[in-house]
Write a protein that binds this ligand. Structure first.
Ligand SMILES: *Cc1c(COP(=O)(O)O)cnc(C)c1O
Length: 364
């Protein structure tokens, strides 16, 4: 037998991990500077790690009270009701929940190009179809309501990534409001704020107070350093928040994920350190790299380096792993996650060395 026709589905291409590269190069992963997946260079919140140790024995049972506690804590944090907090296995899990809740077979979603691959993948898993709106590179990938409305054709879901991966651009809350105002009543605008902590930008969550057509995604994978644990959430309008009970995979956010997330939310020191170093790092990279870069509100910088594949390979040999953006449709760009200060400085030096050696001339 065979699965259903999956020829239209493409696999997710992750950034390369240090163990994977270290094995290939016969190096110790410790020697590598891994700046390819927007992970937190300061590690997980230490309080989250302590919570995992403390609750290790609790994995015997299904996560019930920890899940309820996390929803309550997040509801408090965002000033919404508990029902409006859809906890999931990573923000990716919330994308699936929104697909399940919104899409009838054949419904369309509208996603940014370049952009995060999972929006379209999830829509297709749920028998939906995908259209794209383009962010204009010559305009620094600027995001306005108009950018989207130019091609909008009544899609059921519109994804906005702010800060945007991989470019770092943002859409202001005023523009999100304009977008939601201009689209049909049955179009949901999802604002993906996976990198929201790093930005100096008002979250779109406040729009949920007086409208039922905007949802927001947040995650513990980036600023909180819990990517390996898989926990994130959507914040949705009160009007249809109860759909969670009908679409969520039971217990998808594990006992330890919920406990660690609760602890991480109270670890202000770790969060502040992570945000500070990302803000420092993105400015440092923009000032230091001998390549055109784009302004970023995230914990990464997009740089135009010519042949991204060649540059990524050459950097890997020097122990620096960055993200080749070919799979994002930007074959001349790399995305560099900000590391610790020391890692960021070393990486910038090696990137400049590689650029001097293999790509003497780079156009923006
Ligand atoms: C990292 C990321 C996410 C969330 O990832 P999870 O680990 O599933 O929480 C969502 N959107 C974008 C654009 C991201 O880069």
């Amino acid at each position: 037998m065979q699965p259903r026709d999956l020829s239209d589905h493409s696999p997710y291409v992750p950034g390369r991990g240090d163990e994977e590269v270290a094995r290939e190069l016969g190096m110790d992963p410790e020697e590598l500077i891994t700046l390819s997946s927007n992970e937190n260079p300061h590690g997980a919140s230490p309080d989250a790690v302590a919570a995992i140790r403390e609750h290790a024995e609790a994995i015997r049972v299904y996560p019930k009270s920890s899940h309820a506690d996390l929803r309550a804590r997040l509801a408090d944090r965002w000033d919404v009701s508990e029902e409006q907090v859809w906890v999931s296995a990573g923000a990716d899990g919330s994308i699936d929940y929104l697909s399940r809740a919104m899409l009838e077979p054949g419904d369309r979603v509208l996603v940014p190009e370049p952009g995060f691959a999972y929006y379209g993948m999830s829509a297709k898993y749920h028998h939906g179809e995908v259209s794209t709106y383009s962010l204009d590179r010559s305009d620094s990938f600027t995001q306005t309501a108009e950018t989207v409305l130019d091609v909008y054709e009544g899609e059921r879901i519109i994804y906005v990534t702010s800060p945007h991966n991989p470019t770092g651009s943002t859409m202001s809350i005023e523009e999100v409001r304009l977008l939601a105002d201009a689209t049909a009543e049955e179009t949901l605008v999802v604002v993906d704020e996976a990198y929201g902590e790093f930005a100096e930008l008002t979250s779109a969550v406040s729009l949920l107070d007086d409208r039922d057509d905007v949802a927001v995604l947040r995650t513990f994978s980036k600023a909180y350093g819990l990517a390996g644990l898989r926990v994130g959430y959507a914040l949705v309008p009160e009007a249809w928040a109860d759909a969670y009970a009908r679409v969520n995979t039971p217990f998808a956010a594990s006992e330890l994920a919920c406990r660690a997330a609760l602890a991480a939310l109270d670890d202000d020191d770790h969060l502040e350190r992570s945000i500070e170093s990302a803000r420092w790092g993105r400015e440092y990279l923009r000032e230091t790299l001998d390549a055109p870069t784009f302004e970023s509100a995230g914990n990464f910088v997009l740089a135009a380096v010519g042949d991204a594949d060649r540059v990524t390979e050459a950097l890997q040999e020097e122990g620096v792993i960055v993200r080749d953006c070919t799979s994002f449709g930007l074959p001349d760009c790399i995305r560099i996650t900000t590391g610790t200060r020391e890692e960021t400085r070393t990486a910038a030096e090696r990137i400049n060395g590689v650029l001097e050696r293999i790509e003497p001339e780079v156009d923006a």
